[in-house]
Write a protein that binds this ligand. Sequence first.
Ligand code: ADP
Length: 334
Amino acid sequence: YSPVSPQAEPAERAAEAALRPSTLSEFEGQPRVREQLGLVLAAARHRGAVPDHVLLSGPPGLGKTTLAMIIAAEMGVPLHITSGPAIQHAGDLAAILSGLVTGEVLFLDEIHRMSRPAEEMLYLAMEDFRVDVVVGKGPGATAIPIDIPPFTLVGATTRAGLLPGPLRDRFGFTAQLDFYETEDLAQIAQRSADKLGFSLDDESAQVIASRSRGTPRIANRLLRRVRDYAQVNNGGEVTATLARAALELYEVDELGLDRLDRGVLESICLKFGGGPVGLSTLAISVGEETETVEEVAEPFLVRKGFIMRTPRGRVATAAGWAHLGLTPPQGAGD
Ligand code: ADP
């Protein structure tokens, strides 16, 4: 695992749970989403009604699970958690839905990965609070309608575009989570440090935030690594110098590039004169699979504006050269 991977490592689930904000006002950043969602919940409370179904979309680590938990907590109801890949058969979904109590929140992560029959059952459940359970096979099969109590579905997806239109249309509220500003990440790191029982000065928080790739999960992870380093090397006291040294040890640079990201960028610049270079050649030159280079390293390098994908191959931009402290040769990237 890279320290800047946006996915949760299995072993860090408990550490993550301890750092989750539990109210909307503790949820940092994303001001528009917070305000809109706050309104949806307040209006539902005002009417004594169950809030509309909510769709949360955005890259991993930006707070979708956290928001689902906050919705349930703000409504004072239990949260049930499941995921698209966990629902293989429509019957699995029917069992979950029929077990709900009025007003409860069902969080369905990776909703775009549900099976087709389950998806169709979900349409009906979301709209009419009813499921049709098919009993028997062949010509004798009958659909038995079962009423389910009004509930709130919170669906999460990293790819809203992959959801079929009819499913997307059944959500009353859709929120697109964006990468966070560095200031928000610094706040998150400081709040997390408080929860972990140590203090983080502004400069150290900034060191962590600027390396966190706009992602709270990464900020919290880097914070934990910095804390470990401080415990072993400095009696637990974190300073900015120490935070930099810790993250250098983990090979996370000032802008959050890890070893692979830098390897790819350096290879394009130093071995291929800035490109264009084909993906497979590039992958061989850094000793990685093409998929790893394409799906793990490149998206962030492109997002940072350090490389471009062109029809002739990958090209380093002026910003990419500058990040390595190099000047592009005349005509590079032509
Ligand atoms: P996702 O479900 O989108 O992958 P999570 O909700 O699991 O992301 O969030 C990952 C981690 O980041 C959690 O530990 C959570 O506490 C933290 N986090 C996410 N968003 C925020 C936020 N806006 N404010 C504070 N902490 C956050």
